[in-house]
Structure formats: structure tokens, C-alpha cells
Design a protein around this ligand. Structure first.
Ligand code: GLA
Length: 408
């Protein structure tokens, strides 16, 4: 079998060098005002809970999206991406509105639009982007793009928000609006919170209940895998992953419908021990049992996330495996967002000794994670590769995910 395809991250020097060179090439030899970057993320547990006012537990990846940007004196935006060579994406800030822009630049222009909507004054800008966050792999390449621009614009416009966590929560909110209202993807807020508010050596407990202060809405939980002799292995299945195709929106709509039928503000209001009663109340409105399964996933997943946080805080990271597996089963059976490739990773990884494994992110393809003893990494990688090979699937990509730094 061929050697595994490791998806390496870049050092900040390497990322900076790349975007400075691309900036000079794209904009007549000019130098940018600066370079900023933001990470992709993996979620340890708490999937499809963020838009249900629930809990999630992401970490930032060492893989980042880099931006070189220079402010302009007018309101023109010109964008060039190493991933779309030869094209310049252009708009005027005044022309950005829901439904008015499309393509990858919408994620960027959307951030500027959302910051302006929040009352901040922003200049136009020329910018280039390059990234080592695997694209379309469920590792939040879009949040990394938004958040890199959020910290860049924060600095060139002198907003001063990136300097503390409350300001970063505000930047994250602008990025969510950009994604929901301008890019048109109805996602929750976990990815942007992770990219802007995580810290190295920590997981971020994201609590999406409305009305919480910045401090309450995201708490850092020490997550020292190395000290526990563990590694978090991420497998990019390379199965197509698409959040704007309607399936994600359908899950979200089902949850909202169930909450409405139960006369609740959100599914978060159902306590774990109140689940049977809530399911009984839904039954008459739910002949095919779809709402039942969706609610069952959300309520049990929030409970599992709280249990994982307790174990991690207790120094018992090596005991979270069964909760990861239960999360995967719930996402596969009740929420119906897994894919054959994701199930294959989970089975192969646990068969080769992983303590736990699960799909991560939105699902329908994308990536899975496995919690693995350091000494077992090689065997788990080989087992996943062999399983894909036997199934006639394209070889997956691998990366290791030490909890890394936020956007800066
Ligand atoms: C995607 C969305 C997030 C979250 C996850 C599922 O990553 O962007 O907001 O809903 O799916 O947990």
C-alpha cells in the first residue's frame, strides 16, 4: 500500500511568505499592511447542537488560512486566492447585501458587511488568501476564511475587538452573520467561536444558549493530549461535503419545528431526564418518527458533551472514547448525517485500537476523528487506509490535531 497522505500544516512564517508573495504578484509589486491568519477546527463532541442552543467542544487546528491585506481609500474590495488562480473577485462594500453577492468572496465581503451593520466604519481593501486548511473536508475552511478577515479588518479599521475575548465574541457574531445572511449557509456559531476564541492546549466549551455573556458562552478547558500519551487523529475521507445543499438546513428546520410543537424556545430546554416525556408529546405530530429521532440525538448529544467536559476536567481524557462512539451512532442512526466513508473510519480505527472515534462537523462526508494512544497511531492509520483500499475508495488524508492557537 502507498504511504499515508499526511496533510501538513504550514508554519506562520511559511504562510506569511506565501501570501506576501501572492500579494506582490496580484497587486503590482505592492506590500500589504500586514498578514493575519485563522485556524480551521475539529469538534471533539457536541454535533448539530449549536443551532439548538446546546453545547459543543471544538479545538483549533494547526492548519490555518492566511490573508495579506492592504486598506484602500475607497470602498472597493479586490480579492485574489491561491486556490482560484488568475481570478480577481471584486465588489464595492456598498453593493454587499443578502442575495447580492456570490462565490467565495461572499464569505469575505459578508464579514465587512456584518461589521458595518454592527455600526463599525470600514475601508475598502485589496487582499490575497492562501490556506492549508483542507477545503470541503468539514474542517471549517469557510470559518477560517471569515475569521482571518475579521481580525485583519479589525486591525486596519482600528476597531480593537480582537484584543480581548468579549471583542472576539463580537467578531465571531459578525462572521456568523456573514455566513448565514450573505453566503447563505444556515450554520450555527461553533466554527467561528472555535477559530476566534480557542487557545493552544485547550478545548473550547461553547454554550450557545441565547443571552449568555461572552465569558459564559465560551470557556477554555485544558486539554493536554500529549501529557496523557494520546493523539487526536483526523481523517479527511475526501467524500464530498456540502452544507448549502439543503440537508443541513433540513435538519435545522426539523429541530425548530420540534421545539415549536413543544412550545419551547429551543431543544436545549429539554433536560436529559425529560426526553421520554418530550418524545411522547411529539408523537401525535410525527407519524414517521423523524422528529423523534432528531430530538433524541440533540438532547442526548448535549448530555454527552457535558459528560466529556467533566471527564476532561477530571484528567480522565482516556475515558471519553465510549461517549465519542455513542455520539457517532446517534449521528448515524438518529440524525442521519453520517456517510459510508465516515462509518468506515470509525470501524477501522476502533478495530485497530483507537479509544474512540466519530464523525466531526456537519457530516454527509467530510472528516472523522479518532482518539488514539501515541503508540497506536501508525496501526490506526494503516487500518483506515486498508479499509478504504478494500472498499475501492479514494485514499483518505490524515492529520494530527494538537489543540492550537486562535486567529491572530
Ligand atoms: C457545521 C456548522 C456548525 C455546526 C456543525 C455541526 O460545521 O458550520 O455550525 O452546526 O456543522 O455540529
Amino acid at each position: 500500500m502507498t504511504s499515508p497522505d499526511w496533510l501538513e500544516s504550514w508554519s506562520t512564517e511559511e504562510g506569511g511568505r506565501r501570501v506576501r508573495a501572492l500579494f506582490a504578484e496580484a497587486f503590482d509589486g505592492a506590500a500589504p499592511d500586514g498578514v493575519w491568519s485563522a485556524p480551521g477546527r475539529v469538534n471533539l463532541i457536541g454535533e448539530h447542537t449549536d443551532y439548538n442552543a446546546g453545547l459543543a467542544l471544538p479545538i483549533a487546528l494547526p492548519h490555518r488560512t492566511y490573508v495579506a491585506l492592504r486598506r484602500r481609500d475607497d470602498d472597493v474590495v479586490r480579492l485574489v486566492s491561491a486556490q482560484a488562480p488568475g481570478e480577481t473577485w471584486t465588489t464595492r462594500l456598498g453593493d454587499v447585501a443578502p442575495g447580492a453577492v456570490s462565490g467565495w468572496g461572499a464569505y469575505v465581503a459578508g464579514v465587512a458587511w456584518a461589521l458595518a451593520e454592527a455600526g463599525h466604519k470600514l475601508p475598502g481593501f485589496d487582499a490575497v488568501v492562501d490556506s492549508c486548511v483542507p477545503f470541503g473536508a468539514g474542517l471549517s475552511s469557510s470559518a477560517a476564511l471569515e475569521c482571518a478577515f475579521a481580525v485583519a479588518l479589525d486591525e486596519v479599521a482600528g476597531l480593537g475587538l480582537a484584543g480581548d475575548d468579549a471583542g472576539r465574541a463580537e467578531l465571531a457574531a459578525a462572521c456568523v452573520r456573514a455566513e448565514n445572511e450573505i453566503a447563505g449557509a444556515p450554520t450555527g456559531g461553533m466554527d467561528q467561536a472555535a477559530s476566534l476564541r480557542c487557545s493552544a492546549g485547550h478545548a473550547l466549551l461553547v454554550d450557545c444558549r441565547p443571552g449568555l455573556s461572552a465569558l459564559e458562552s465560551a470557556t477554555r478547558v485544558p486539554f493536554d493530549l500529549e501529557a496523557a500519551g494520546l493523539r487526536l487523529l483526523v481523517v479527511d475521507t475526501r467524500a464530498e461535503h456540502q452544507l448549502v445543499d439543503g440537508q443541513y438546513a433540513a435538519r435545522r428546520a426539523a429541530c425548530e419545528q420540534a421545539a415549536e410543537l413543544l412550545e419551547l424556545g429551543s431543544l436545549r430546554e429539554i433536560p436529559a431526564d425529560g426526553l421520554p416525556e418530550a418524545l411522547d408529546a411529539l408523537a401525535p405530530h410525527d407519524p414517521d418518527g423523524v422528529l423523534r429521532r432528531r430530538v433524541q440525538h440533540v438532547v442526548t448529544e448535549i448530555e454527552r458533551t457535558a459528560q466529556v467536559v467533566d471527564l476532561v476536567r477530571d484528567g480522565r481524557v482516556d475515558e471519553v472514547g465510549p461517549l465519542m462512539l455513542a455520539s457517532h451512532t446517534s449521528l448515524r442512526v438518529d440524525y442521519e448525517v453520517s456517510a459510508r466513508e465516515l462509518d468506515l473510519v470509525v470501524d477501522a480505527a476502533t478495530g485497530a485500537g483507537a479509544l474512540g472515534a466519530r464523525m466531526t462537523g456537519g457530516g454527509f462526508g467530510g472528516s472523522a476523528i479518532a482518539l488514539v494512544r501515541e503508540s497506536d497511531v501508525e496501526a490506526v492509520v494503516a487500518a483506515v487506509q486498508a479499509a478504504f483500499d478494500d472498499a475501492g475508495l479514494r485514499a483518505p488524508g490524515f492529520l494530527l490535531a494538537p489543540p492550537s492557537d486562535p486567529a491572530s
